[in-house]
Design a protein around this ligand. Structure first.
Ligand SMILES: Cc1cc2nc3c(=O)[nH]c(=O)nc-3n(C[C@H](O)[C@H](O)[C@H](O)COP(=O)(O)O)c2cc1C
Length: 191
């Protein structure tokens, strides 16, 4: 299968984010055919359509970063049973101006971790709904709801539980296969 570049979003702005640790772990466990790079969202102002005529540099950089990758991966916490406002703001920026939605035909996947037992499941359902509207081909399975226990992932992104490491490695392998299938059906540059 081919090589692809994956841009990942971390839905949390917190310095000690457990989802950032998860993103680091996924980067380490991804198959070598996937090149991983973060698409930062922390510097974006709050979106308004007043900006549509002239996007500020941070928003322009966001859209350029998405255009430069083959697929996007959302690694996000659940806030109040939905997605964090910072992530929704980034998605709103990327989806605009009207007719220039950056997610159109861009393969995506979602994953997240929380200390709670349902591991971001409700937030991920909201994100799936948003990505469907944004016309992103979204990996349906496998789903990944990771309950974070202290020490599960080190600051360096090492997963300390071998069955979780195997699961996350398989998740990234599945994502690689999914990206490949999307581009088989929808070749890039096609109409
Ligand atoms: C505003 C806010 C809302 C939260 N809502 C939820 C929630 O709905 N479900 C949940 O499992 N955890 C919730 N939490 C706890 C988070 O899962 C926990 O803070 C986790 O560390 C967030 O991930 P992060 O460290 O990557 O930011 C919430 C935390 C905050 C700050």
């Amino acid at each position: 299968m081919s090589n692809y570049t994956v841009g990942y979003f971390v839905g949390s702005l917190a310095r000690a984010s457990i989802n950032r640790k998860l993103a680091l772990a996924l980067t380490r466990l991804a198959p070598t055919e996937l090149r991983m790079r973060e698409i930062p969202i922390g510097e974006l102002p709050l979106y308004s359509y007043d900006y549509d005529a002239a996007f500020p540099p941070a928003a322009r950089a966001l859209k350029d970063a998405i255009a430069a990758v083959d697929a996007v991966l959302f690694v996000t916490p659940e806030y109040n049973r939905s997605i964090p406002g910072a992530l929704k703001n980034a998605i709103d920026w990327a989806s605009r101006p009207y007719g220039q939605n950056s997610f159109t035909r861009k393969p995506s996947a979602v994953i997240g971790t929380s200390p709670g037992k349902i591991g971001t499941a409700v937030g991920q359902q909201h994100l799936r709904s948003i990505l469907a509207f944004c016309n992103s081909p979204l990996m349906n399975a496998i789903e990944a709801y990771i309950q974070f226990e202290k020490g599960l992932i080190t600051d360096e992104g090492e997963v300390t539980n071998s069955s979780t490491a195997d699961f996350l490695r398989n998740y990234m392998t599945e994502f690689h296969g999914f990206i490949s299938r999307v581009y088989t059906v929808l070749p890039r540059g096609g109409s």
